[in-house]
Design a protein around this ligand. Structure first.
Ligand SMILES: [Zn+2]
Ligand SMILES: [Zn+2]
Length: 206
């Protein structure tokens, strides 16, 4: 008798636990990468709306996709009449803060530049894009390390700087800031100030 009852109880418990499992599956918390994508899409929309207010225009929201591979964190793409912002899901998962703060406004600025000036006539990171970044209150220099794939970009000239421990290659944007005395940069490893390499200067003046 006891044994039978025990079995019944056991069976009952199994049934109950499988019901609990089903409930757990139904109410599974939304994975963090999904939440992050929702947030990135929302932030992208906010930047587009903010730029619209800035220029007194309505820039329609455009599709945002997370299908970019490789070294580029983001890409603004035009195919025919279709405009899209693509993000790199791997880099966004790895560097969530940089992605939201740097990549999102960077790509939105490409879109806005395209709407204002027709990007095909311009260099991607030219004066118009930088002006839009400036108007949006975003530092275009911070984006210098972000590559574009798919959009033809002239390879940026890099300027050789040295700290106490190694060589650094700086974008023209940063180089010009240092030349103007507007900024100083120091190395994250040794904390030494970055000094322009005299050999690099000599090579260029030749
Ligand atoms: Zn860009
Ligand atoms: Zn160093």
């Amino acid at each position: 008798m006891r044994i039978r009852r025990a079995r019944l109880d056991g069976g009952d418990r199994r049934k109950r636990s499988s019901r609990l499992q089903m409930a757990a599956m139904t109410f599974k918390p939304v994975p963090s990468d999904v939440l992050q994508r929702v947030r990135v899409v929302a932030v992208t929309g906010e930047w587009i709306a903010r730029a619209g207010r800035l220029y007194g225009q309505v820039f329609p929201e455009i599709p945002v996709r997370f299908d970019l591979e490789g070294r580029a964190a983001g890409m603004y793409q035009v195919r025919g009449a279709q405009r899209v912002i693509r993000y790199n899901p791997h880099l966004f998962a790895r560097y969530p803060r940089d992605s939201i703060e740097v990549t999102v406004p960077h790509e939105v600025a490409h879109y806005v530049t395209d709407m204002l000036f027709d990007m095909r006539q311009l260099r991607p990171h030219g004066a118009q894009w930088r002006a839009v970044m400036h108007d949006m209150g975003v530092d275009p220099c911070v984006t210098a390390d972000y590559d574009l794939a798919g959009i033809p970009v002239r390879r940026q000239r890099r300027f050789v700087y040295r700290c106490l421990c190694r060589e650094h290659r700086l974008s023209a944007c940063r180089h010009n800031r240092i030349r103007r005395g507007a900024r100083r940069y120091s190395c994250r490893s040794c904390d030494g100030e970055l000094i322009y390499d005299t050999a690099d200067a000599t090579n260029r003046s030749r």
